[in-house]
Design a protein around this ligand. Structure first.
Ligand SMILES: Nc1nc2c(c(=O)[nH]1)N[C@H]1C(S)=C(S)[C@@H](COP(=O)(O)OP(=O)(O)OC[C@H]3O[C@@H](n4cnc5c(=O)[nH]c(N)nc54)[C@H](O)[C@@H]3O)O[C@H]1N2
Ligand SMILES: Nc1nc2c(c(=O)[nH]1)N[C@H]1C(S)=C(S)[C@@H](COP(=O)(O)OP(=O)(O)OC[C@H]3O[C@@H](n4cnc5c(=O)[nH]c(N)nc54)[C@H](O)[C@@H]3O)O[C@H]1N2
Ligand code: SF4
Ligand SMILES: [Mo]
Length: 696
């Protein structure tokens, strides 16, 4: 029996898997999953989500017909595709005529293939003429992207193939828990440790990842800027800085040295709670390792000062001379399946394909030429994700939203406000394959094909462009996202080509990206197939691709990496008498994101059935809370009642909630939407709460 080699539908590791049709006689339906051992990221490994992913294809409430409601309050009823598409385009045209093009907005996702992300950005600009498009990647790694762009002139997750980590001498991982969020990734770190390398984890919780570390620094949430400045201070004080590298390959060091001077070890210990000897040990391990990596993930990014937070970790890497050295560097662990490619091809408010800036005249001219339009018709930058969601249905804000690949009712900060905004729209359109909490609020629901039923490309956390291959036919009545976008564009009489064939769309994406930072022009489906993936930038068919981009120079105007100093100010909302505890949020192994997919998979729902809050036993005793009790967690924005889970793995001034569940236990009823000034990333990772026995 031959199978179809493809990749997992979930996270950015994009583990390789082969899909075997269980019954070759049927079209849609059951497939059996086997891990691939020819893909370096996972080499035969999968996590529980990957193993069970096929169940998604046949979930009982899979959407198989378009649905509409005639009125708010009326139920969603099945309808024909023509009825659904006509409703969307006639309403969009009406709103546009009445209120201007920006009255219709688009929201995308980092799970969409490159082809879909590209086509969605083009659809917004050409078919709707709106500037109002953004996507959920704003909630994900946008701070790391902004900091990398600032420091290196480019933003590409890891500095080299993931297998480089095994040969590293030390890895400092700030705010990441890959033992739960990308389990097969841990083998690369385990290999490094087996060869004598050291793993240093920075996390307010002693996570499954921290338990495998040689050194765990356990700071107060929101204090990483102080911590990284403290590590930098120690590196300089102990003569561990790489002065030759700093002189040859960087600019701006003096300002960083001045700031770091003020972060003497005792002061940093007071701010962060991390003991001085542990900081000293971390710096020595990193500086003496030869090859070393500094990595960040959401714990050090989802902050109102997230760009600066990542920036100081990059400063630390630069002081130690790591970026641009083979087998060393700074990297961000990208999250969503196509979190990397999804941020390169134009579904972001300020962006055109190829990681071009939408306000750059040369970029506009290039992309407009590929699209066959005048640059004048392209709108300018729009609102960022949270700002866009907050503006829906307000005076001057969008009155319609078309949403592909996100479930903000569960995943956006201050979720209760998001529900209000969605309900204030004239038209909400959601394309999904399951009735997500956001789809249930829609006026029009468009059933779409999913991962195993479509082809396209995904760019994984390494910057390697991979093929997603179709193994099964979608259920009758379902269309692909490209077919949906194409049909809408046609009805709106949009200029340009609207192919529904992924390879044709990729061909256009290649031309649109040519000459940009994320240049895909030399990548073809055939090359991806033959070479097991191609690393961007890849500017011509005979170019080998770029696994390690910074070896000779950084893509900044002067070829040097830029130091940017940053001071610690603490979280946007600090604890006080009323709300004396820090809440931080994140993930568990068995659930993915808003849970729209994984809550429907039996084994995963059993493994992680519902919301909870993690508390230290000392804190629980003070509050009179027992393990398993119902407790109330309250912030300035809302309150939830969830089960208490006692663990001494968390700081006693901090509580933790995963955000995967809908309804009254949503972590995002509590979170603070304070935004980073550069990346517009909300502060998911710290706000102030009080906790008590329910009811208070
Ligand atoms: N099982 C599972 N896997 C996933 C996902 C999923 O939803 N479920 N989602 C995917 C996506 S899109 C993403 S973005 C990645 C996310 O992957 P990760 O970044 O690994 O996941 P998180 O759990 O959000 O955050 C990581 C850690 O940050 C810590 N943290 C909290 N506050 C702070 C702080 O102030 N400083 C520091 N240093 N650490 C802090 C938390 O305790 C947590 O253990 O996972 C991907 N993989
Ligand atoms: N409190 C808190 N909140 C967070 C975070 C946190 O750490 N803490 N993390 C944030 C992060 S990093 C992220 S990435 C976001 C993610 O949160 P969301 O943006 O809500 O992501 P998903 O839950 O993956 O939602 C994807 C939806 O699109 C559907 N879908 C999947 N693939 C496709 C496709 O190809 N086409 C279409 N049309 N639909 C598709 C799925 O069925 C699902 O309903 O959550 C953010 N929210
Ligand atoms: S680690 Fe990520 S890509 Fe790999 S099987 Fe798990 S969810 Fe899928
Ligand atoms: Mo993410």
């Amino acid at each position: 029996m031959t199978g179809t080699p493809t990749h997992c539908p979930y996270c950015a590791l994009q583990c390789g898997m082969t899909l075997h049709k269980a019954d070759a006689g049927t079209d849609a339906g059951a497939v059996r999953i086997e891990p691939r051992d020819d893909v370096p990221a996972n080499r035969g490994g999968l996590c529980q989500k990957g193993w069970t992913a096929a169940e998604l294809l046949t979930v009982p409430d899979r959407l198989t017909a378009p649905m509409m409601r005639c009125d708010r309050g009326a139920p969603l009823e099945p309808c024909t595709w023509d009825e659904a598409l006509d409703r969307v385009t006639s309403e969009a045209a009406r709103l546009r005529a009445l209120h201007g093009a920006d009255s219709v907005a688009v929201f995308g996702g980092g799970g969409l293939t490159n082809e879909k992300a590209y086509q969605l950005g083009k659809f917004a600009r050409l078919a709707l003429g709106t500037s109002q498009i953004d996507y959920n990647g704003r909630f994900c790694m946008s701070s790391a992207a902004a900091a990398s762009g600032r420091a290196f002139g480019m933003d590409r997750g890891l500095p080299g193939p993931v297998t480089d980590l095994a040969a590293s001498g030390a890895v400092l991982l700030a705010g990441g828990n890959p033992a739960e969020t990308m389990p097969p990734f841990m083998r690369h770190l385990a290999q490094m440790r087996d060869a004598g390398g050291a793993l240093i984890v920075v996390d307010p919780r002693r996570t499954a990842t921290a338990r495998q570390a040689d050194l765990h620094l356990q700071p107060v949430p929101g204090t990483d800027i102080a911590l990284a400045n403290g590590l930098l201070h120690l590196a300089l004080a102990e003569g561990l800085a790489d002065e030759d590298y700093i002189a040859a390959r960087t600019t701006g060091f003096d300002a960083v040295r001045t700031v770091a001077n003020a972060y003497w070890p005792d002061r940093v210990e007071r701010i962060t709670g991390v003991p001085v000897p542990a900081m000293r040990e971390a710096v020595r391990l990193l500086a003496r390792a030869g090859r070393a990596h500094v990595l960040t993930a959401r714990g050090a990014e989802q902050h109102a000062r997230g760009t600066d937070m990542v920036g100081v970790f990059i400063n630390l890497a630069l002081v130690l001379g790591l970026p641009g050295r083979e087998g060393s560097g700074y990297g961000c662990l990208t999250g969503q399946g196509n979190g990397q490619g999804g941020r390169e091809h134009g579904q972001k408010a300020d962006q055109l394909p190829g990681y071009r800036k939408i306000d750059d005249p040369a970029a506009r001219a290039h992309v407009a030429a590929v699209w066959g339009v005048d640059p004048e018709v392209l709108p300018g930058p729009g609102r960022s994700a949270h700002e866009l969601l907050s503006a829906l249905g307000t005076a001057g804000g969008p009155r319609a939203l078309l949403l592909f690949g996100s479930n903000p009712v569960v995943s956006a900060p201050r979720a209760a406000q998001v529900e209000e905004r969605l309900d204030a729209l004239d038209l909400l359109v959601v394309a999904d394959f399951v009735p997500s909490e956001t789809a249930r609020r829609a006026d029009v629901v468009l059933p779409t094909a999913q991962w195993a039923e479509e082809s396209g490309t995904m760019t994984n956390l390494e910057g390697r462009v991979l093929r997603r291959r179709r193994a099964a036919r979608p259920p009758a009545g379902v269309r692909t996202d490209l077919e949906i976008i194409g049909a809408l564009a046609e009805r709106l009489k949009a200029p340009g080509e609207w192919s529904t064939d992924p390879e044709t769309v990729f061909g256009e994406l290649r031309r649109a990206s040519a000459g940009g930072v994320a240049d895909y022009s030399g990548i073809t489906y055939a090359r991806i197939e033959a070479e097991g993936g191609v690393f961007w930038p890849c500017p011509s068919p005979d170019h080998p691709g770029t696994p390690r981009p910074y070896l000779d120079r950084f893509p900044t105007p002067d070829g040097r990496a830029r130091f940017v100093p940053a001071e610690h100010h603490g979280p946007a909302e600090d604890v006080d008498e009323d709300h004396p505890l820090y809440l931080t949020t994140g993930r568990v192994l068995a659930q993915y994101q808003s849970g729209a997919q994984t809550r429907r998979v039996r084994a995963l729902a059993e493994a992680a059935p519902g919301p909870f809050v993690e508390l230290h036993p000392d804190l629980a005793e003070r509050l009179g809370i027992e393990d398993g009790a119902e407790v109330r967690v309250e912030s300035r924005r809302g309150a939830v009642t969830v089960r208490a889970r006692l663990t001494d793995a968390i700081r006693s001034d901090t509580v933790f909630m995963p955000f995967h569940w809908a309804g009254d236990g949503r972590a995002n009823l509590l979170t603070n939407p304070a935004l980073d000034p550069v990346s517009r990333m909300p502060e998911f990772k710290v706000c102030a709460v009080r906790v008590g026995v329910s009811p208070f």
